[in-house]
Design a protein around this ligand. Structure first.
Ligand code: 5RP
Length: 226
């Protein structure tokens, strides 16, 4: 066993375990994408007989859910999604997020939009006062790449094409460096309006409802500042 890897993973495991308390028995659950979400999926396997199935935010998550014996449902067939559990790349005190480091931002945003409660799980390195140090992912239709990149430069960013990466929806990702996102709700709206943008990885109009943050002293439960 690699003890260095396992100690670095301890906060992720801890928040994944804490998120199990949010799982509603008998209901469908929304499940996100990434290394933290993977810990949650593996633990959720033990509850497979107590849930009605899961909606996945990516093909990778769907595959992992099936591996642990959880039925994966099409979001279109689900009327109610009480809870969505997912990680994040950055979290501010309003629980606005940057997501999409793993490239699953579009499906993540759709599942978050449907869910009644969005539970974000992350280690404390993801907490920031101002979003933007993590390059902001923007999913774009391939033919609009150059146009969207020019518009993002106009907004003060430095977009980089994520080389060799295609999203589950067949699109490209621009990772936008150098943004200091002082008004996440406004920036989300502005980037969403650029022709050719599928999704921006800012989750501000629909933030997380609760964040479970893992650190050396255990798991902190955080709600947005009043
Ligand atoms: C994937 C995401 C992930 O939630 C985000 O990248 C965090 O991943 P990890 O838990 O591996 O740090 O948005 O698109």
């Amino acid at each position: 066993m690699n003890i260095f890897k396992s100690s670095a993973d301890a906060p992720k495991r801890a928040v994944a375990e804490a998120a199990l308390a949010h799982v509603q028995r008998g209901a469908v659950i929304g499940v996100g994408t990434g290394s933290t979400a993977n810990f949650f999926i593996d633990m959720l396997g033990d509850l497979r007989n107590q849930i009605a199935g899961a909606v996945a935010s990516s093909e990778a998550t769907a595959q992992r859910l099936k591996t642990v014996g959880i039925e994966v449902l099409d979001l279109n067939s689900v009327n109610e999604l009480p809870v969505y559990v997912d990680g994040a790349d950055e979290i501010n005190p309003d629980l606005h997020l940057i997501k999409g480091g793993g490239g699953a931002l579009t499906r993540e945003k759709v599942v978050a939009a449907v869910a009644r409660q969005f539970v974000c799980i992350a280690d404390e390195s993801k907490c920031v006062d101002i979003l933007g140090r993590f390059p902001l992912p923007v999913e774009v239709i391939p033919m609009a790449r150059a146009h969207v990149a020019r518009e993002l430069v106009r907004l003060g960013g430095a977009p980089d094409l994520r080389i060799g990466f295609t999203t589950d929806n067949g699109n490209s990702i621009l990772d936008v460096h150098g943004l200091e996102i002082l008004n996440p709700i406004e920036m989300e709206r502005e980037i969403n309006q650029i022709a050719g943008v599928v999704t921006v990885g800012l989750f501000a109009r629909r933030p997380a409802d609760v964040a479970l943050i893992g650190g050396p002293d255990g798991v902190r439960r955080v709600t947005a500042r009043p």
